[in-house]
Design a protein around this ligand. Structure first.
Ligand SMILES: Cc1cc2nc3c(=O)[nH]c(=O)nc-3n(C[C@H](O)[C@H](O)[C@H](O)COP(=O)(O)OP(=O)(O)OC[C@H]3O[C@@H](n4cnc5c(N)ncnc54)[C@H](O)[C@@H]3O)c2cc1C
Length: 390
């Protein structure tokens, strides 16, 4: 058996993407990461740099003016940005999350208008599924959309919306038929400038402090009927299909955060001396570093395999998306916590970046479905007999 394509390795194009993103991040993202965290401010420098390099929404297809990155290239972009600054990695990640429903189910007009605007940098996209009383049980949402002639009128509160206020565009899931529960939910595009759209104060968070998280208030927001994404009643299905793909990007974010912490810990362990020698000479510490490296690499391989499934739309993507997100986020939490341990007391201070990485890692176990929810998803797939297509 012979093949011209590399055996189980990244293509040259994908490696080139990594090098290009890393160069941008080393120069224009990493230097601001501590300040962004310290002041809980939007990473404007990173946003500008990612836009200039066309890494702000790399998944948008070329036919809509985007970079046309496949799912694996998009994952590499997000991983590399997260290695430098987790908050900044939410720019390409949430632009994909917010706009993917249109790419999956939207009309050609919606694709032209909104994917084009996103690609040109005219505004970011947010994703509005969660509500104050509907998190893991997202189908229990209350936000209502009522048809009125050629318009829909939306009322409700969306909670925990990443980049709310910064984004120009919002994919909003709302109930159009309360009798049908998940089959009575539809998806819409809402614009920041639509009358009746306002935002809550930014949440005061443990980590990803540079990524604003706000409530979105919809108060009699009247939008044209053609802003519905897909057919009436298909919004929840579209929202779940979107998450199958974007959980892979959260896995990538987790891998990037963990890699950043490992890289820092490796450098530190070789510099810091105790008992007359570098602490990296001690086997007890070497075993810790080895476990960290092993977990990062296992998480990366599962994430890249899931990205391939996302790109091909494989039947077992639901399992792999959940597995990659769950495994990589658990690994990121362990690896960043161990990185703090490698730095000892210094790791526990804001003078070093690993405590920030540990705080940032935590969110990857929670959003786009908690890791308990991911395990529910995986178990359902296994019990339904969906086998790995590897
Ligand atoms: C910083 C941040 C950014 C976010 N960004 C967005 C966004 O952009 N868009 C968006 O729509 N949402 C967003 N979210 C919301 C996020 O997806 C939810 O917080 C998450 O799905 C959990 O919902 P919840 O917070 O209501 O927790 P709950 O659902 O109340 O869960 C509480 C606990 O109970 C557990 N639990 C719940 N049900 C079960 C069950 N059946 N079996 C076992 N355990 C269970 C959970 O795992 C968790 O540990 C964001 C959240 C945060 C914190």
């Amino acid at each position: 058996m012979s093949s011209d394509s590399p055996l189980f390795a990244l293509s040259e194009e994908h490696q080139a993407v990594r090098e290009a993103v890393r160069a941008v991040c080393d120069a224009k993202v990493a230097p601001y990461a501590a300040d962004v965290d310290e002041h809980a401010r939007y990473p404007h420098e990173a946003a500008a740099a990612l836009l200039a390099a066309d890494f702000h929404a790399p998944h948008v297809p070329e036919q809509y003016g985007g970079a046309g990155a496949d799912a694996l290239a998009t994952v590499i972009v997000i991983e590399e940005v997260a290695r430098a600054c987790a908050s900044s990695s939410l720019i390409p990640a949430v632009n994909k999350l917010g706009s993917l429903p249109i790419q999956i189910a939207g009309s050609e007009e919606l694709k032209q208008k909104y994917l084009g605007a996103l690609a040109r940098g005219e505004g970011g996209f947010s994703y509005c599924l969660s509500e104050p009383d509907a998190g893991s049980d997202a189908a229990g949402m209350k936000t209502r959309a009522v048809r009125d002639g050629d318009t829909w009128v939306l009322n409700g509160v969306k909670r925990w919306i990443t980049n709310a206020g910064e984004s120009e565009y919002y994919t909003v899931m709302a109930v159009t038929d309360p009798e049908k529960r998940s089959r009575g939910i539809s998806a819409f595009v809402v614009e920041k400038s639509d009358a009746g759209v306002t935002f809550g104060a930014p949440e005061k968070k443990l980590g990803i402090k540079g990524s604003p998280t706000r409530e979105v208030y919809l108060d009699n927001v009247r939008i044209p009927a053609d802003r519905m994404i897909g057919a009436e009643g298909t919004g929840f299905e579209t929202a779940m299909r979107t998450l199958d793909h974007t959980r892979v990007t959260i896995a990538a974010q987790a891998v990037g955060i963990a890699q950043g912490a490992l890289d820092y810990a490796l450098g530190y362990a070789q510099e810091r001396k105790q008992f007359g020698k570098p602490i990296s000479d001690f086997q007890g510490l070497q075993f810790l570093l080895a476990d960290m490296g092993m977990k990062v690499e296992a998480a990366r391989q599962l994430t890249y395999a899931a990205a391939g499934k996302s790109e091909r739309g494989d039947r077992d993507l639901t399992f792999f998306g959940a597995a990659a997100k769950c495994f990589a986020s658990d690994a990121a939490m362990e690896v960043t916590t161990d990185a703090v341990q490698v730095l000892g007391g210094y790791g526990y201070t804001r003078d070093y970046p690993v405590e920030r990485m540990m705080r940032d890692a935590k969110i990857t176990q929670i959003y786009e479905g908690t890791n308990q929810v991911q395990r529910i998803v995986m178990a359902r797939q296994l019990l339904a007999g969906v086998q790995s297509q590897l």
